[in-house]
Design a protein around this ligand. Structure first.
Ligand SMILES: NC(=O)c1ccc[n+]([C@@H]2O[C@H](COP(=O)([O-])OP(=O)(O)OC[C@H]3O[C@@H](n4cnc5c(N)ncnc54)[C@H](OP(=O)(O)O)[C@@H]3O)[C@@H](O)[C@H]2O)c1
Length: 389
């Protein structure tokens, strides 16, 4: 029997590209939705993905992208109006009669979080749950290992590791493990319908714990360098990060410092969903240490030193003013995760590590035709969701 076609949005991004690769390795037909044709999309094409160029804000293009598709990995663009892209997708998905959706959400997803991005993520969580007859699964990963390892060059060549978050800890998931969870769900959506998963690495680590691993893998001394926000903005923008992403990061750093990523972490979700334990941080570091830019050479050292010395002189960001000028909606009483009792209870460690996606009270008006025991969207119990192969 032919396997159903899977659309991967954000296919040139960190999790999207890993998901495309893993699905293709397992012989699934994949349509990779890309923003533009470039070297990254060319790589996806070479390994066997069908390339579809679309703007996720364009409802017609999204409808076209979904033609013939049964299952979707939806990865929101990190942009000020991301809820508009989510709405365009929801409209197209409803018309396309999809079997299943896997949504890349956030650990912190909440309607009352101070970050406009996180509040929009929560809205998308809920919006997709209203699409009828779809097996719907949410991924709530926390702070990715990639956030810390993107600067492997500084550690490898200059022996420094920027520390943003003091002594607070996180169990960082790798892009590959997040992808493995998404792929397992996409392959058997009925089993995971109505669940949300919080993939983490196997162990809580502080920045100093990470440095110890970097020292061992890189076989050199690496020292912590506290990085203030103003310098982080300059470094991020110099590396091509958007102002919105950088402005959003300051909230997540505060959450990190307050211990939100330690809350009931690590989870067992990677093992539970994929049957394989989450990879440890050392394994992830070894992958980054093998990148060409991390190899010891004079050229690499000069490049990293030049980057480091240029950073204080790069354009900065006034994050508060930037956000004010965006004119995004504000809410009355924003709360970081650790001050939000609802968020904390939704992230309660229950030993099962998967949680019903929906709070029925918030959705009952959409589903008042259903009986009390029905879930508000298609689940394994309903027996009508897309088949397994
Ligand atoms: N990083 C973390 O620690 C963390 C933690 C928890 C959750 N998350 C969530 O992870 C998600 C990001 O996932 P990721 O890191 O895998 O993605 P990513 O690397 O940021 O990639 C985003 C992808 O979306 C594409 N894209 C952007 N705008 C588009 C548009 N208008 N139309 C079509 N494609 C568009 C980009 O293409 P171009 O590059 O060509 O524009 C890129 O391929 C976010 O929603 C974030 O909330 C991240």
């Amino acid at each position: 029997m032919r396997k159903p076609l899977i659309l991967v949005t954000g296919a040139t991004g960190k999790t999207g590209s890993a998901i495309v690769a893993q699905l293709l390795e397992q012989n699934w037909p994949v349509r990779a939705l890309v923003h533009r044709r470039d070297a990254r999309s060319e790589r996806l094409h070479r390994v066997g993905a069908e390339i579809f160029v679309a703007d996720m804000y364009d409802p017609d293009q999204m409808a076209e992208a979904l033609r013939g598709v049964a299952r979707v990995y939806y990865c929101p663009p990190i942009q000020p109006h991301m809820i508009q892209a989510a709405t365009a997708f929801a409209v197209a998905a409803r018309d396309a009669g999809l079997e299943s959706i896997v949504h890349m959400s956030q650990w912190l997803s909440s309607p009352t979080h101070p970050s406009p991005m996180t509040r929009q993520t929560w809205l998308a969580d809920r919006l997709f749950a209203t699409i009828p007859d779809v097996s719907y699964t949410i991924l709530n990963p926390g702070w990715f290992a990639d956030n810390n390892l993107r600067v492997i060059g500084f550690a490898a060549h200059l022996g420094i590791f920027p520390v943003l978050t003091g002594d607070s800890r996180n169990a960082p998931p790798s892009n590959e493990d997040i992808a493995r969870v998404a792929v397992a769900v996409l392959q058997d959506p009925v089993r995971h319908a109505g669940k949300r998963y919080r993939p983490t690495g196997p162990k809580l680590l502080s920045a100093h714990d990470m440095i110890a691993v970097l020292r061992a893998v890189l076989r050199r001394n690496v020292v912590p360098v506290p990085m203030p926000l103003w310098l982080l903005y300059k470094a991020g923008i110099m590396q091509g990060e958007s102002k919105f992403a950088m402005a959003s990061l300051r909230y997540y750093i505060e959450d990190h410092i307050q211990g939100a990523f330690e809350w009931n972490a690590p989870t067992n979700d990677v093992l539970q969903v994929t049957g394989r334990p989450a990879e440890d941080f050392e394994t992830t570091v070894r992958r980054y240490a093998a990148l060409p830019e991390a190899q010891r050479s004079l050229a690499n050292t000069i490049r990293e030193a030049a980057k480091f010395l240029r950073t204080p002189f790069a354009p900065g960001l006034n994050a508060k003013r930037y956000e004010r000028e965006l004119g995004l909606p504000q809410i009355g009483n924003p709360r970081f995760a650790m001050q939000d009792e609802r968020w904390k209870s939704e992230h309660a460690g229950d030993g099962h590590h998967s949680h019903a996606v929906q709070d029925r009270r918030l959705n009952s008006h959409d589903h008042n035709h259903r009986s009390e025991n029905d879930t508000p969207f298609r689940t394994a119990a309903s027996g009508v969701a897309g088949g397994t192969e």
